[in-house]
Design a protein around this ligand. Structure first.
Ligand code: NAD
Length: 315
């Protein structure tokens, strides 16, 4: 039986540990199991986070193994090497698909009935591998995708326009990586089309601003990794947001990564599109309206991802 108040995190490095810390602070779950190939690491993180419990809400947090996590509502997979400076996310594919190949069979053979949330990179390819390898339906195996990139887009736009970024409706779709696409055609702030809002704030050079902001989003991870070796706060909060949508059955629209089965005329690639997320995982991919150029860029992103998946023999 699935326990809707239980979460597991596989991989307790920077991303996994920060996610655990974030989840503990939000009090969404009452039980959290930390799993790592380095058991001492998981134990150390559980101890450290437990020691802050008196300042938060009661919760059972411990290091465990696969047998301990099969009733978790969500298993978050952050196990995998991070990007090295100058390395693209796709460079990581072989290394991290190998690691995933030791994790997913452990879950599949125990007939897991909850939701698998993939975070390790390259997240789209690993989500694709996890879905195929686990045999679970695609609505229950998805990736954090461009949730983080979309948060970065909103942050940069909010700062540029001097407006609360929560009032911005805009998405990054496609690959969580170099071929990602900002959907400018439907972006708006408080219901006002983005270009009109920019002009209201005194900005008229739309092409230049869009290019700078899109590049800022795309290069954020590279810049943070160059400066401090890894990124983990933003993604941890993004994972918390996805978990919240699931546990509270919020039906929130989040740009998560899912295997495409004909949506937008695309098949066989796993990438991010705004999707309704609730207690059963992804309920529906939202048919966001795209310009012709955005549709072409999405098809290109799907091709890039399919080619990369093919390099490790995954279709
Ligand atoms: P890290 O090296 O700090 O941690 C990785 C952890 O995984 C280590 O503790 C390691 O022992 C563990 N691990 C390795 N193999 C394992 C296995 N078979 N079973 C269980 N645990 C295993 O790396 P990090 O900085 O935490 O990053 C983790 C992953 O998250 C990377 O792939 C990184 O690129 C990715 N990431 C994704 C996003 C996103 O938006 N999706 C953002 C940031 C980082």
């Amino acid at each position: 039986m699935i326990n809707s108040r239980k979460v597991a995190i596989i991989g307790c490095g920077m991303v996994g540990a920060t996610t655990a810390y974030t989840l503990m602070q939000h009090g969404l779950f009452s039980e959290m199991v930390l799993v790592d190939v380095n058991k001492e690491r998981a134990e150390g993180e559980a101890m450290d986070i437990n020691h802050g419990m008196t300042f938060a809400s009661p919760m059972d947090i411990y290091a465990g193994d696969y047998d301990d996590i099969m009733d978790a509502a969500i298993i978050v997979v952050t196990a995998g090497a991070g990007q090295k400076p100058g390395e693209t996310r796709l460079d990581l594919v072989k290394k991290n698909a190998g690691i995933l190949g030791t994790i997913i069979p452990e879950i599949a053979k125990r007939h897991y009935e909850g939701i698998l949330l993939i975070v390790a990179n390259p997240v789209d390819i690993l989500t694709h591998v996890a879905q195929k390898m686990s045999g679970l339906p695609r609505n229950r195996v998805f990736g954090s995708g461009t949730v983080l990139d979309t948060a970065r887009l909103k942050f940069l736009l909010g700062r540029h326009l001097n407006v609360d970024n929560r009032n911005i409706e805009a998405y990054i779709i496609g690959e969580h990586g170099d071929s990602e696409i900002p959907v400018w055609s439907s972006a708006n702030v408080g219901g006002v089309p983005i270009h009109d809002f920019c002009e209201m704030r005194g900005f008229y050079n739309h092409e230049k601003a869009m290019e700078e902001i899109a590049n800022g989003v795309k290069n954020s991870a590279y810049e943070i990794i160059r400066k401090k070796k890894a990124t983990y706060y933003g993604i941890a909060m993004g994972v918390q947001r996805i978990c919240e949508a699931i546990v509270r059955d919020e039906k929130s629209i989040l740009p998560v990564s899912i295997y495409l089965d004909g949506e937008f005329g695309l098949e066989g690639a796993t990438l991010s599109l705004p999707s309704i997320v609730g207690k059963n995982g992804i309920e529906k991919i939202v048919p966001i309206s795209l310009s012709e150029e955005e549709q072409k860029a999405l098809a290109h992103s799907a091709e890039v991802l399919k080619e990369t998946a093919a390099t490790i023999g995954v279709k």
